[in-house]
Design a binder for this molecule. Structure first.
Ligand code: NAD
Length: 334
């Protein structure tokens, strides 16, 4: 059985590929738009832009060539702000890419698919303050990026009804850390890398609003360690083999949030930097709390997170120099 990982040269994909190496044959499809070929080492990599006009033909051919049995579809564009600036391109990349992949899978008779979805599908959910988000909360995505992820889930469901696709979607919450020092997050888009970038540049990270209805006034998010997340993909591949699959959508988080201040405090402890973050105005569209209800993935798949916030920040910091080429030493020791 060969597993095709799209986006396998990216941050999350490279972790999944590394875990899959112990399991059997793996092949990666990536256009290297944000990925890096060195991250997949000797796993075969086929360079295809899944959103391109000739993608269906190329994907179908490589699925036959590698005898692909299941697909882990991770490739996507993921920047919320960019998606608001270039919505049509985001739809063409994420939704168009998914359409091409599904057509190729149908034509090559590959019927198992795990899809990387996102907590961005929830958007601004209409729930009382402090509610954990379960998978049945009505999705109200606010960014074009979040909408593309929700549409992709619908596309999978329709393919399942039409030709028997066996699929499951993982809605990732805030992915953090590194499983190996050479696989850190190269993008500086989330709180931990943004804070590390600021501190290593001699600046302070900013807190966007400290007057939210949360215990310390700052926003709360659900951070999940990349290795826990990657392991959930392996569990999901086993799930797709089962005939009884009661659910298609699963949250992946810890079920416990951390506030911006708590994360910054941990960053100070992990790095040795003095963190004295100024509070600035709220950003529009930031809900006070986004934390996963993780009962479904625990009860149905037996998966649960194992790693702490300290392990996420420690590993992100250990990977920082390898990934960003900057010295990972705090001012006191460097
Ligand atoms: N990082 C997070 O916190 C997070 C949270 C929720 C969901 N996700 C989802 O997880 C997935 C991976 O995220 P990541 O953080 O690893 O991002 P990433 O940018 O590091 O990885 C994406 C990979 O997909 C490839 N790719 C992009 N467009 C492609 C295309 N048209 N054809 C072929 N390859 C293409 C890129 O080259 C890259 O290797 C994305 O689908 C993202 O939406 C990520």
């Amino acid at each position: 059985m060969t597993v095709l990982v799209t986006g396998g040269a990216g941050y999350i994909g490279a972790h999944v590929v590394r875990l899959l190496r112990d399991r059997g044959d793996t092949v990666v499809v990536d256009d290297l738009s944000t990925g890096d070929a060195s991250r997949v080492a000797d796993t075969p990599l086929v360079q295809i832009d899944i959103a391109a006009d000739d993608a269906v033909e190329k994907l179908t051919a490589m699925m036959h060539e590698y005898a692909v049995d299941a697909v882990v579809h991770i490739a996507a564009k993921k920047q919320v702000g960019e998606s608001a600036e270039r919505p049509a391109w985001y739809y063409s990349q994420n939704v168009g890419g998914m359409a091409n992949l599904l057509m190729a899978m149908e034509s090559a008779e590959v019927a198992k698919l795990m899809f990387s979805s996102s907590a961005a599908t929830y958007g601004l959910p209409d729930v009382p303050a402090g509610t954990l988000l379960d998978e049945d909360v009505v999705s109200r995505p606010i960014s074009p990026y979040g909408k593309t992820k929700l549409i992709c889930e619908w596309m999978c469901r329709d393919a399942s009804a039409a030709w028997g696709l066996r699929w499951a979607g993982l809605r990732y919450f805030n992915v953090a850390g590194a499983g190996w020092p050479d696989l850190g997050d190269p993008a500086v888009l989330n709180l931990i890398p943004i804070a590390l970038r600021a501190l290593t540049n001699g600046e302070q990270p900013k807190i966007f609003g400290a007057d939210y209805d949360t215990p310390d006034g700052t926003c709360i998010r659900d951070y999940v360690h990349i290795l826990d997340l990657a392991q959930a993909h392996i569990t999901m591949l086993d799930y797709l083999e089962r005939d009884d699959r009661p659910h298609e959508i699963f949250n992946v988080g810890t079920g416990a949030g951390a506030s911006v201040r708590e994360v910054l405090d941990q960053i100070a402890r992990s790095t040795g930097y003095d963190v004295d973050a100024p509070v600035v105005a709220r950003r529009p569209g930031d809900p006070p709390m986004l934390v996963a209800d993780v009962r479904r993935i625990r009860e149905v798949l037996g998966w649960q997170s194992t790693k702490t916030l300290a392990e996420m920040v420690d590993s992100a910091w250990a990977a920082w120099a390898t990934t960003h080429g900057e010295p990972a030493v705090p001012p006191a020791s460097g």
